[in-house]
Design a protein. Structure first.
Length: 297
């Protein structure tokens, strides 16, 4: 005999993600799980975090409707329930890919990796366009059938070039901008417009080596760790809220070129992880910090 509380089979292969944050109060978990249970929505994944320092609660729930429901009705009903807890929330269709615009200069390792993961379905994204201040990677974009925009930039044309980029973002409906080794600093105005919607990647070396040839500087100091950091873009260069980081050990046998190669490997993996976490709605941005719920590789 089948237990009466056994999970039913969904009428359609639908999967939604509910994310929410509210002050730390009793009943916030039941608010979400009870609401979904009452509407015969089966929770397939549930993650929570209570920030005892900030007195803030975070929750992410994936769920499948067991019946044929109107998701807009569900959203309206949850809005009423969530208001009693002062919860900021969203319910998204997880099948809908995140529309992306990728920016790149001449280094192609991160772009190549993102394109491969996109084509194989590892990333639930839709790459609307590739923008570069150099023409070098146009052939790669053409091979993948993705529009490529060569928008040169100089100190004199920076404002005009960024206006062109912003027009493309609006025109393509891009929800996320990925700086896949785009070797230009975005203006404060552009950073403000892209708050929480742009991810950058850069090397992470200790001590910090800035300027030209960082891996040569690192080799001269005999570094033993090479890493990379993916973060949201902010007005403070390379200091935005961190989404993911990667690190690997190296030793005296690594030449500057080998260090750079290892760094590029870590950069592409770390950036892909950050894009995946963002596109799966696992990242909560709170001030200059992030709450990141682990996903599946």
């Amino acid at each position: 005999m089948t237990p009466s509380n056994a999970p039913a089979t969904a009428t359609e292969d639908r999967l939604y993600v509910l994310t929410g944050t509210c002050p730390s109060v009793l009943g916030s978990v039941e608010l979400v799980t009870g609401f979904l249970f009452q509407r015969r929505c089966y929770v397939t994944e549930l993650q929570t975090f209570d920030d005892t320092e900030g007195k803030q609660f975070y929750i992410r729930a994936e769920f499948r409707p067991m019946d044929d429901i109107d998701i807009e009705v569900v959203r309206n009903e949850f809005a009423e329930a969530a208001s009693r807890y002062d919860m900021t929330w969203q319910i998204r269709d997880s099948r809908r890919p995140t529309r992306c615009l990728i920016m790149v200069s001449k280094y192609d390792h991160c772009l190549q990796d993102l394109l491969h993961r996109y084509q194989t379905g590892h990333l639930n994204i839709d790459i609307a366009a590739i923008v570069s201040n150099h023409p070098d990677l146009q052939g790669l974009a053409a091979w993948h059938g993705i529009p490529y925009y060569h928008l040169p930039i100089s100190a004199e044309t920076k404002a005009r070039q960024e206006a062109q980029v912003w027009h493309l973002i609006e025109q393509t409906g891009a929800e996320l901008v990925v700086l896949a080794r785009y070797m230009q600093v975005l203006s404060e105005d552009m950073c403000s417009k892209l708050h929480g919607k742009a991810i950058n990647i850069h090397h992470s070396l200790l001590p910090g080596f800035k300027g030209a040839r960082p891996y040569h500087q690192a080799w001269e100091k005999g570094v033993k760790l090479v890493g990379a950091t993916a973060h949201y873009v902010s007005e403070d260069l390379d200091e935005g809220p961190i989404i993911s980081q990667g690190v690997e050990a190296v030793d005296h046998s690594f030449t500057p070129e080998k260090l750079a190669n290892k760094g590029r490997d870590i950069e592409r993996l770390t950036l892909a992880k950050a894009v995946k976490l963002h596109s799966e709605h696992r990242v909560f941005l709170t001030g200059n910090r992030t709450v990141v719920f682990a996903g599946h590789n």
